[in-house]
Write a protein that binds this ligand. Structure first.
Ligand code: HEC
Ligand code: HEC
Ligand code: HEC
Ligand code: HEC
Length: 337
């Protein structure tokens, strides 16, 4: 419906499986589905890279995904080594090489540092945006993943080999009405997706890390005996109801939403919440999200405990993108006990 020419599936799309993704071509015959390290070119319908000629310049486009996504999401598709796949693709003659990297921010940067000859890397998985593009190892890094709220725009100057304009265009919410056909498709796919995640959770077995790993988080019910007033005060905040907000939107299993509506998520480099089935005690923004894992504290409360709480404690969730009005000094007063 949008008329996209090149489609670079990430974890969210790959969970639909190979058949579903390639069937999209039936709707958009002129589109190319790119993934540079997905079992190689033998997967029908997928291509490793594409050359687009613009004003006599050969622009090479590819997309590389993190093998970790393999475990998380992908149905019967195999992810190969990112570095060697990218090196091989870059051997194709070109004037400009662009890769969409479906990696965490830190891993994408590591890959860019190790690879020679990439001109533009679009960070395709991380939330948030970059105000300026950033140059690492001769490659311009660009990030504009803002849940569809912005579109990244870049002009490339072949004489200097650098961008002449790089900006983010804000999509004005008021400038268009939701198309009922698209709204219906979105609702339908969200229900489908929820069922899919529920199925993944059901099929987890004892061998799964998620279920066997022991986490140092104990949950807020373990605090109420010694800190009863504070627990009551916390229960009145939105933090104690953050998971219910996802349930209301049918998004309570969605990996895109969970990290900021649970306690100690892996996506925030913490060792708490792992999945709705594995850690059902860690829904909502509980005490340990701000104060840190309390396993040792509840055993011996006299030992030093408690992280220093500052603006960065909150800004992992209250980001400029999703809560632009957030101001630490004022907002902390609303949640303090
Ligand atoms: C067995 C009783 C007990 C339990 C259970 C308990 N605490 Fe405490 N907590 C204490 C005591 C006592 C202190 C004061 C320690 C001190 O000042 O020496 C304390 C202090 C704290 C502090 C302040 C630390 C500081 O240095 O200012 C925080 C934060 C805290 N607890 C959070 C929690 C959280 C979160 C939980 C639940 C995961 C919890 N506590 C469970 C007894 C407990
Ligand atoms: C793990 C993510 C996360 C962290 C960390 C976090 N918040 Fe929140 N916060 C949320 C979510 C999600 C909501 C919305 C909850 C709802 O209503 O569903 C919220 C709501 C709030 C609200 C709305 C008031 C209310 O009671 O409804 C305030 C104020 C707030 N947070 C302040 C803070 C402050 C201050 C910090 C840091 C000390 C912080 N938050 C840390 C996720 C987080
Ligand atoms: C980067 C962290 C983050 C992610 C990811 C996130 N949220 Fe939130 N969410 C927040 C914060 C912070 C708030 C509270 C501030 C606000 O209301 O703007 C919030 C508030 C909400 C609320 C409003 C609660 C209310 O009724 O006032 C809903 C609903 C919600 N989120 C749903 C979602 C859904 C659905 C997703 C996934 C598509 C999602 N969130 C992903 C951080 C996040
Ligand atoms: C959104 C973040 C957040 C959450 C969630 C949270 N706290 Fe706190 N807590 C704070 C802040 C901020 C302070 C102020 C002291 C500081 O800056 O360390 C504080 C202080 C405390 C103190 C020390 C109070 C004192 O008077 O010295 C205790 C104990 C405590 N919290 C326990 C809890 C418990 C128990 C829960 C869960 C029921 C909880 N907190 C949930 C942010 C949080």
């Amino acid at each position: 419906m949008i008329g996209t020419e090149i489609f670079t599936p990430g974890a969210q799309e790959l969970i639909y499986g190979h058949e579903m993704i390639t069937s999209l071509k039936g709707h958009a015959p002129n589109s190319t589905i790119l993934c540079g390290n997905l079992g190689g070119p033998e997967i029908p319908g997928f291509e490793t890279h594409k050359i687009v000629t613009i004003n006599d310049k050969k622009v090479l486009i590819t997309a590389i995904i993190d093998p970790i996504l393999d475990k998380k999401a992908i149905h019967g598709l195999q992810v190969t080594d990112p570095l060697s796949a990218l090196e091989k693709i870059l051997e194709t003659p070109h004037d400009l090489a662009i890769a969409v990297l479906h990696f965490s921010d830190a891993k994408a940067r590591r890959l860019v540092r190790r690879i020679a000859g990439l001109d533009i890397a679009i960070l395709g998985t991380q939330r948030g945006t970059m105000k300026e593009s950033e140059l690492i190892n001769g490659c311009w890094l660009i990030k504009n993943n803002n849940h569809g709220k912005t579109i990244g725009y870049l002009d490339w100057d072949f004489t200097t080999g650098s961008p002449s304009t790089a900006k983010l265009i804000q999509i004005n919410k008021l400038a268009y009405d939701a198309d009922p056909k698209i709204t219906e498709l979105v609702d339908e796919s969200e229900e489908w997706l929820r069922q899919h995640y529920v199925e993944i959770e059901k099929n987890k077995n004892e061998a799964d890390d998620d279920l066997t790993v022991k986490v140092p988080y104990v949950g807020s019910h373990a605090c109420s005996t010694c800190h009863p007033q504070i627990t009551t005060s916390w229960q009145k905040t939105g933090h104690a109801r953050a998971y219910a907000s996802l349930q209301k939107k049918c998004k309570d299993f969605c990996p895109d939403c969970l990290p900021c509506h649970v306690t100690g998520s892996r996506e925030h480099d913490k060792q708490g919440f792992r999945s709705p089935t594995a850690t059902p005690d860690l829904f909502n923004i509980q005490c340990e999200e701000c104060h840190g894992p309390a396993e040792d504290h509840i055993k011996d409360p006299k030992l030093p405990y408690g992280l220093k709480i500052e603006a960065s404690t909150c800004s992992i969730c209250h980001t400029a993108n999703n809560d632009p009005e957030f101001f630490f000094e004022d907002d902390v007063k609303l949640i303090i006990h």
